[in-house]
Design a protein around this ligand. Structure first.
Ligand SMILES: Cc1ncc(COP(=O)(O)O)c(C=O)c1O
Length: 383
């Protein structure tokens, strides 16, 4: 880090800031919880796509491998020494060559089957390769997205197909309780977490009763990972967004707004005084288009505005966004703007709705501590 970059005010906007002490606090909180329950974490690196963040998570303890959402992430992390990798998006035949190349280089990659017909297609294609592909079957434990029902015949059908193939090895099952993003209370999150766990245990029992292998039971989302109170029988928990946290997680009371480690640094570029607006250079290219708090009791627009030190100006949000323009106004459109807090060329920090989608807009993060820029970390991108 050069001296010229050590003050936040000297950065060129828009750029992405990570408060290191908050990042470390968030990481420690989940590592401790999962450790107390005697389980392991398989952090989802799609949130930050950063080897440096992953190293901090490993330092927090209880980590077993990583989860990725693209094969590009798998390649990047493998290049940086990570071998135990779960690619947690259902595989299609066109990706097998990339997966095979990673496996042949020594990567302990696990891929995912989420329906019988696709499993059959992938198994047929896999016969063209000489390596063995390790597989988890994805379970739908909450009706949220993909996977098969834990009590369905499809579970045994997929396992049966895998068993007959020459070079596919069934390792276990995985699920992601994405519906926990609609659970606003701890009680709802706990019920969702227990459901995610219990249906995963059920699927494993059914596979074992049929004489099939099921040594990996992988579950997780940030709300359910924090809520769960007993992980007996589960081998690993996956979570990603907890490292940075965001306004969606704060809206669900999984964290506090002050725990959000990620923000976008923006400059005030103009005023529309009749409309009570301040315009910044952080539009949706910087914030992302994610409006994850739109259905929350407190809608945060495209982000909550903080001053340059990170103190939330809770009355102000990015109410609208164009590609490279953000429009800040008071939550109550009728209220006048306090232009003292938004003078021309001054800087503000904006907390995002969804850390993963905002972080993915940037090629690097500036790590900050006590108002100083202390490090610059690379972010990998693409597919
Ligand atoms: C398959 C899978 N596992 C784990 C996670 C982590 O969940 P969260 O972002 O809530 O930490 C995700 C997030 O989308 C996911 O898709």
């Amino acid at each position: 880090m050069t001296d010229t970059l050590n003050s936040i005010a000297q950065l060129v906007t828009p750029c992405c800031l990570i408060e290191k002490s908050k990042l470390q606090g968030n990481i420690a909180r989940l590592s401790a919880h999962i450790g107390e329950l005697g389980c392991s974490l398989r952090p989802h690196v799609k949130t930050h796509k950063s080897v440096d963040v992953t190293k901090l998570i490993e330092n927090g303890g209880n980590v077993r491998g990583i989860t990725v959402s693209t094969l590009q992430e798998a390649q990047h992390f493998f290049k940086h020494g990570y071998t135990d990798i779960l690619y947690a998006v259902g595989i299609v035949p066109n990706k097998l060559a990339t997966a095979a190349s990673l496996i042949e280089q020594g990567c302990d990659l696990k891929i995912v089957f989420d329906n019988t017909a696709m499993a059959a297609m992938v198994i047929e294609k896999a016969a063209e390769f000489s390596c063995t592909f390790k597989v988890l079957i994805e379970l739908d434990t909450d009706g949220h997205r993909s996977g098969i029902e834990p009590s369905s015949q499809a579970l045994l059908d997929i396992a049966g197909l895998v068993n007959q193939s020459q070079n596919i090895e069934l390792c276990g099952v995985m699920t992601h309780a994405g519906e926990s993003y609609s659970c606003f209370t701890h009680e709802e999150q706990l019920a969702m977490a227990r459901q995610e766990r219990d249906l995963t245990l059920l699927a494993a029992e059914r596979l074992r009763a049929a004489g099939l292998e099921c040594r990996v039971l992988s579950i997780g989302s940030t709300p359910t990972a924090f809520a769960i109170d007993d992980l007996t029988g589960i081998t690993e928990v996956r979570a990603g967004v907890y490292a940075f946290f965001d306004l969606v997680m704060a809206g669900l009371n999984v964290c506090d707004v002050k725990d959000v480690a990620i923000s976008v640094l923006a400059s005030v570029i103009g005023h529309q005084t009749e409309k009570h607006w301040a315009i910044t250079d952080a539009g949706w290219m910087a914030m992302s288009r994610d409006r994850g708090t739109a259905n929350h009791p407190t809608d945060q627009g495209y982000g909550l505005v903080c001053d340059i030190t990170g103190k939330a100006l809770t009355d102000y949000i990015v109410n609208d966004a164009n590609q490279e323009h953000g429009i800040i106004r008071h939550r109550d459109a009728k209220q006048p703007m306090n232009y003292d807090a938004f003078s021309l060329a001054s800087m503000v920090r904006i907390l995002p709705n969804h850390a993963c989608s905002t972080a993915a807009q940037f090629s690097h993060y500036y790590l900050v501590d006590e108002g100083k820029v202390i490090e610059k970390w690379h972010v990998t991108r693409g597919w």
